[in-house]
Design a protein around this ligand. Structure first.
Ligand SMILES: Nc1ncnc2c1ncn2[C@@H]1O[C@H](COP(=O)(O)OP(=O)(O)OP(=O)(O)O)[C@@H](O)[C@H]1O
Length: 349
């Protein structure tokens, strides 16, 4: 188990800067999910760690060895790093077993290790003789992971390994991959544009935007207290309401006075309050109301409601209720919305 550390890493293609001053540490044996929009520089970051690209500035260190630094560059095949591409990149003319053996240095092509990594990746031994086209997408990705794990690398890099799979298979494959990584204790970096995938990968999450690392930490902490409303919205459904800061523990917004869980404001009297839809409670108004139903859309398992806050700001709030509660609401109805757990306060726009 080895710690991976990047410090001040920068990369441009021609004159276009793609990564700027990226520093992050993945402690030995832990997982990090790097998440960002398309084109934010995630794959480039992984390729720099793998040694497929040269950095313009900064250092990449694996334990005590310096992989990349000004005047130093360790070749990809000498880094002890395993790489799993989006499509798995298995050799189509080799069986599963031959693909796995290929991942091992010639002198260590030991059948016991092949069996061991198949088990680690929850692959049925009966699949050993099949060719990649005879496997499901999820099985192919697990073979790709097993092949990368076979030579016992210090680090595994996963580049959007689940993006080609459909939803059910994706979750199942993701869990099998997490279990295999956990059991092998390898230091891992995953890159993805899918916030749910990043938040549920475990370990730490690092958010990258415009080539910069904007926030990192345990997934629950980053989700709970994002550095900006943009990052908040990138990580999941977000409601942002104009607010006036009324005291050390409460902000006044269209839904009433809401406790401030984290204060990221600049001390100005106005601000914006972030709340997650899951924090909202809804009931038909009995007396006072703070919102009006604008639309109700049945969606099978649930109903989507669109609310317009009462008062001058008139913010639209999308909200889900269980399917059986949908018929209780109709357009024009006055409702009472309560906020559980407080919000995060940001400076005004
Ligand atoms: N070899 C290259 N030459 C020139 N530009 C490149 C090269 N590789 C990547 N880029 C550019 O760098 C930027 C970041 O690309 P990168 O693939 O790292 O982003 P990403 O976040 O992984 O995106 P996606 O999620 O779409 O794969 C993009 O604008 C891309 O066009």
């Amino acid at each position: 188990m080895t710690t991976l550390a990047l410090s001040g890493v920068a990369k441009s293609f021609g004159r276009v800067p793609v990564l700027r001053d990226v520093s992050l540490t993945v402690p030995a044996g832990t997982r990090m999910a790097v998440v960002g929009a398309s084109g934010s520089g995630k794959s480039t970051l992984l390729r720099l760690i793998a040694g497929f690209e040269h950095a313009d500035e900064g250092e990449i260190r694996l334990g005590d060895s310096m992989l990349t630094a000004p005047g130093r560059f360790v070749a990809a095949h000498r880094r002890g790093i395993g790489y799993v591409a989006q499509d798995g990149a298995l050799f189509p003319h080799l069986t599963v077993e031959q693909n796995l053996r290929f991942g091992l240095p010639r002198r260590r092509r030991d059948p016991a290790r092949v069996q061991e990594v198949m088990e680690l990746a929850s692959l049925d031994p009966a699949l050993a003789g099949r060719y990649p086209h005879q496997l499901s997408g999820g099985q192919q990705q697990r073979v790709a992971l097993a092949r990368a794990l076979a030579p016992r690398p210090a680090v595994i890099l996963l580049d959007e390994p689940f993006s080609a799979l459909d939803t059910g298979l994706r979750e199942q494959t993701r869990q099998a991959v997490i279990d295999a990584l956990e059991a092998s204790g390898v230091t891992t970096v995953l890159v993805t544009h899918d916030h749910d995938e990043a938040l549920s990968f475990g370990g730490q999450i690092a958010v990258i935007a415009g080539g910069r690392l904007v926030q990192s930490g345990p997934p629950a902490a980053v989700f709970d207290n994002p550095v900006s409303t943009e990052i908040a919205a990138f990580l999941g459904a977000a409601i942002v309401l104009p607010a006036s800061f009324t005291g050390p523990d409460g902000a006044e917004c269209a839904l009433g006075r809401v406790p401030v869980r984290h204060d990221r404001s600049d001390g100005s009297p106005g601000g914006r309050l972030l709340i997650r839809p899951a924090q909202l409670g809804l009931s038909p108004a009995n007396g006072t109301h703070n919102a009006v139903v604008e639309d109700v859309r049945p969606r099978g398992s649930h109903a989507e409601l669109l609310l317009r806050t009462a008062g001058s700001a008139q913010v639209l709030i999308p909200l889900r209720v269980p399917a059986h509660e949908g018929p209780e609401y109709h357009a024009g109805m006055r409702v009472s919305v309560t906020v559980n757990g407080g919000g995060v306060l940001y400076p005004p726009d």
